[in-house]
Design a protein around this ligand. Sequence first.
Ligand code: ADP
Length: 267
Amino acid sequence: MQGGTLSTTGNKSALISIQKLEKRYPTRDGEPVHALTDVNLEVPENELLSVVGPSGCGKSTLLRILAGLDTPSSGSVTVNGKAITGPSRDVGVVFQQATLLPWQTVLDNVLLPARAQGQDRKQRARELLDLVGLKDFANKYPFELSGGMQQRVAICRAMVCDPSILLMDEPFGALDAMTREQMNSELIRIQAEQKKTIIFITHSIPEAVFLGDRVLVMTPRPGRIAEIASIDLPKPRTLASMGDARFAKYCTEIRTVFSGPSADVHF
Ligand code: ADP
């Protein structure tokens, strides 16, 4: 793949470093599910790494391990050179569903992780709501917001403790196409302004290319890295980036890495 680089190990400047990661889930019938195998990956600071791959190839498993919500069966996963031992203030997670508490206001939902740690982050929460265009919705309840607005609240919640890493598991999958485009632009703006390192799982190859500094393509289960493509498109990306001839070329190249009927990606 042109512009593609295979994952490497031993890069000391990497913020996230994964080496020889294996994950097997025990099952009741005794045959473990081999979810991930031989994953080696280095993610530098401030990179947005998109991840695509067939359903069930271990993308969410990888994210949960990075979030400290699951553990490797073997191999090493470090952030800033330190092994992950559990959820960290320095890592924010956004899932497909916003999962806001319906009985709490937007502001209180954003403040949840901060309060759990005994921190007063009201000003930061308001700044974030302003950043995502929800300044005037702080005292509303989730049912008064559209799906896209709720997801923006979930992003603010993930960022309220100022994590340097954002892990996003198909965060815009449930949104309509227009809102999704707006959220993509929003994410690009947030990353440019806030200098986050972001790992972004998606089923959409165009979304992966549009957002990513690199796109990691995984094989069917047990998931391993099939390819990592560096996306050489000018930044900041705008909707016009999708009209760039290279954009279509990257999408086509990544698509060709997929094969077989199990490919679960949107073209
Ligand atoms: P993806 O996000 O790529 O769709 P997942 O990481 O959710 O894939 O799952 C990878 C594989 O691991 C699947 O076969 C799934 O059934 C299995 N798996 C995921 N979580 C568990 C679990 N907690 N227990 C047992 N098997 C699991």
